[in-house]
Design a protein around this ligand. Structure first.
Ligand SMILES: [Zn+2]
Length: 312
């Protein structure tokens, strides 16, 4: 009798397991867990465009694999203002701060128009790698084109979304702005869907690296389901510092299954038939050449005058 009941229970669990793993609803996706040694062996297998797309993100960044780019300066409008009524949300996949002020925008830097900041969120470790190195944390500042009313509308259009990626490296000193996020995250870390007001003012500008004139640029996708291929990416090679203790505080945030979200980065995707651009303010060899020509001109003029005088 007990054996029959146990067999029945196993069958019910098996059916439940098949039903659960067969589901592809967006809110049921998860990041694969690392094995006991910390290595992630399981592919994401999120389905749809995440698996079939040819212009997916993140990618492995490297100057050696990039082509030279030269755009105008990247302009951050009202990035120095603290985010108004800033709320931190545990999304079950990350922690996210939403922005409702449509005057916080980016433009220039080769972007095809102006883009409004919708939200910022974090991935621990980084999604993009540089020269094969993964960073401790990656901040995504997600913007939508002003040509479309909302982020949801813009996600359906190529270049409708612009994401700025900021990488963080481990250093001795904590980052006080990341500290503001983490102090608030303590109150919401155990319950996905929970929201709390930020415990201190936070301006998006305070999370950016000092040097914003050099960056990687490519066309890709959102890094979470449904992985829409509508994103124009800008990732700075200059990283920002935070402490190891701060990195560990992200890892105890709970996911939608009630487990600690030890990591929430997607594996790097193939570049396929895309160009990776490395843009910076290049020193022009032609400038220095024309400079020497202009200084040489009076000397040549003087020689000509002397030649004429000597013939007179
Ligand atoms: Zn992201």
């Amino acid at each position: 009798m007990i054996i029959r009941k146990m067999k029945c229970l196993v069958l019910v669990q098996l059916i439940a397991c098949i039903l659960f793993t067969g589901s592809t609803a967006d809110d049921e996706w998860h990041y694969p867990s690392p094995d006991p040694t910390g290595v992630i062996n399981e592919p994401e297998a999120w389905g749809g465009q995440c698996d079939s797309g040819r212009r997916q993100s993140p990618i492995a960044l490297s100057r050696a694999a990039a082509v030279r780019g030269e755009f105008g300066p990247l302009i951050f409008n009202n990035y120095k203002l603290p985010i108004r009524q800033a709320l931190l949300t545990n999304t079950g996949h990350s922690v996210q701060v939403n922005n409702n002020d449509t005057s916080v925008t980016i433009q220039g830097g080769g972007l095809p128009g102006r883009y409004v900041l919708d939200q910022l969120h974090f991935h621990w470790g980084s999604e993009h790698t540089i020269d094969g190195v993964r960073y401790a944390l990656e901040l995504h500042l997600v913007h939508h084109s002003t040509l479309y009313p909302t982020l949801n509308d813009a996600v359906a259009v190529k270049n409708g979304v612009a994401v700025i990626g900021v990488l963080f490296h481990v250093a001795a000193q904590p980052n006080m702005h990341i500290g503001t996020i983490l102090e608030t995250a303590i109150d919401i870390r155990s319950v996905p869907g929970q929201v709390a007001p930020l415990k201190a003012k936070l301006a998006p500008n305070s999370l950016l690296p000092v040097n914003r004139t050099a960056y990687f640029r490519y066309e890709g996708s959102l890094t979470t389901p449904a992985c829409a291929e509508s994103v124009i990416w800008t990732v700075f090679p200059e990283s920002v510092a935070l402490s190891l203790d701060q990195v560990d505080q992200f890892k105890v945030i709970h996911d939608q299954s009630g487990h600690e979200l030890v990591n929430n980065y997607r594996s790097v995707q193939p570049l396929n038939a895309r160009s990776l651009v490395y843009a910076r303010e290049w020193e022009r060899a032609s400038d220095s050449a024309s400079g020497s020509a202009s200084t040489a001109f009076p000397v040549m003029g003087l020689l000509l005058v002397l030649l004429v005088i000597s013939k007179v």
